[in-house]
Design a protein around this ligand. Sequence first.
Ligand code: NAD
Length: 421
Amino acid sequence: MTEIPSEFDSSSYRDVLARFDAAAEWFRLDPNIWNRLRLPQRALCVTMPIRMDNGDVHVFQGFRVQHDSILGPTKGGVRYHPEVNLGEVASLAMNMTWKCSLAGLPYGGAKGGIRCNPRSLSKQELQRLTRRYTAEIFPIIGPDNDIPAPDVGTNEHVMAWMMDTYSHQRGYAAPGVVTGKPICIGGSLGREEATGRGVVSVVIESMKHLGINCEGATAVVQGFGNVGVFTARFLTELGIKVVAVSDSTCGIYNKNGLDIGNVTAHKNSRRTLQGYPEGEIISNEQLLETECTVVIPAALSGQIRGDNAHKLRCRMVVEGANNPTTKEGDAVLRERGIFVVPDILANSGGVIVSYFEWVQNLQKYFWKEKEINEKLHDFIVTAFNRVLGFSLSEKVDMRMAAMAISIRRLADAHVARGLYP
Ligand code: NAD
């Protein structure tokens, strides 16, 4: 097998690759296709000198990685975080390839990122940085090439600036270049809530499979951003008690269930969960160890590891975040019989509705929210049942089943396009 080039070598890349290698081995994937998919197709590193509000110029680093475009244009979020690096972005791009293939979307995987702390930048600085990043990656993005979307630290405003910069270069409005935009410039109804809505559909299907009722079920959600907030809100709407949530500063716990509306209002006004009056402050470690029906990691990668997976006290883990469980953590959960719904299935609601947004942009015809939510439910529940069926018939866990289904579609496409015998 091809060695991992040092540029990509990172713990997240090794984790994602280990999962792919295990599935490729189980699947007896053609070694040429296997070798090709171990590395990204294209990776661009850029530097951006930005004038800060105080007059200084700071040089930021950014990345865009396209993993595989055999199924169509590549698709994936843009992350603004101080620890972004090429290896992490490449691992997330690879994960997007598996996710799009599993959901049956006509996309390959991509990811982008800027190494920065968005919380310490003013809105004007963020806008200048986003526009310069878009100009730097302009040659490789576009509605038919590669379509960015929001991820950790980015939102609809960032997508609007990206769309505007790209459109200026082209000379016409090109809404299909990004998804997760504001509705007024071609965004889709239901996109903001889509990942959380999809996570909750998967929680409900998993509970049906395990014979658990919503009444009496409890959840903890790690991360209170786009994915975490909507997941917590939709769970409580279905009568599932959310007993703990957290952000990067702390966790909060209330054994009677948190009022997610009040928690959201507190977080929006203070930008932190600290000081929330109707709950007890806990650490992120304690949050993961809270007794509950389902743990939903919806923050960053590497949160459930070999050293803490044995402390989880839940029946299931539904991965809202990308790559939240390390290879070692996964082995512990498997041994303990905890039902794990992998990220490439559990959080695919975001890219599914991004696909709907892109289709609406290309058609220049917009759908009703009800139709979007129903289609999302249909896509994700179909994928869930396909993965569960495969897992039961082949006696493999849900992660292996999801990977095998995804790889089969990719392998068929590589062969059909005549690239491999
Ligand atoms: P976000 O930036 O909106 O929110 C991230 C949240 O995580 C914030 O509340 C932040 O405070 C919290 N956080 C950061 N570090 C933490 C830590 N160490 N412990 C606990 N909380 C921490 O990001 P998001 O869009 O909600 O994305 C969350 C995860 O979901 C990421 O892994 C992302 O890749 C994945 N994801 C997002 C989408 C989407 O549509 N936004 C789709 C699929 C997957």
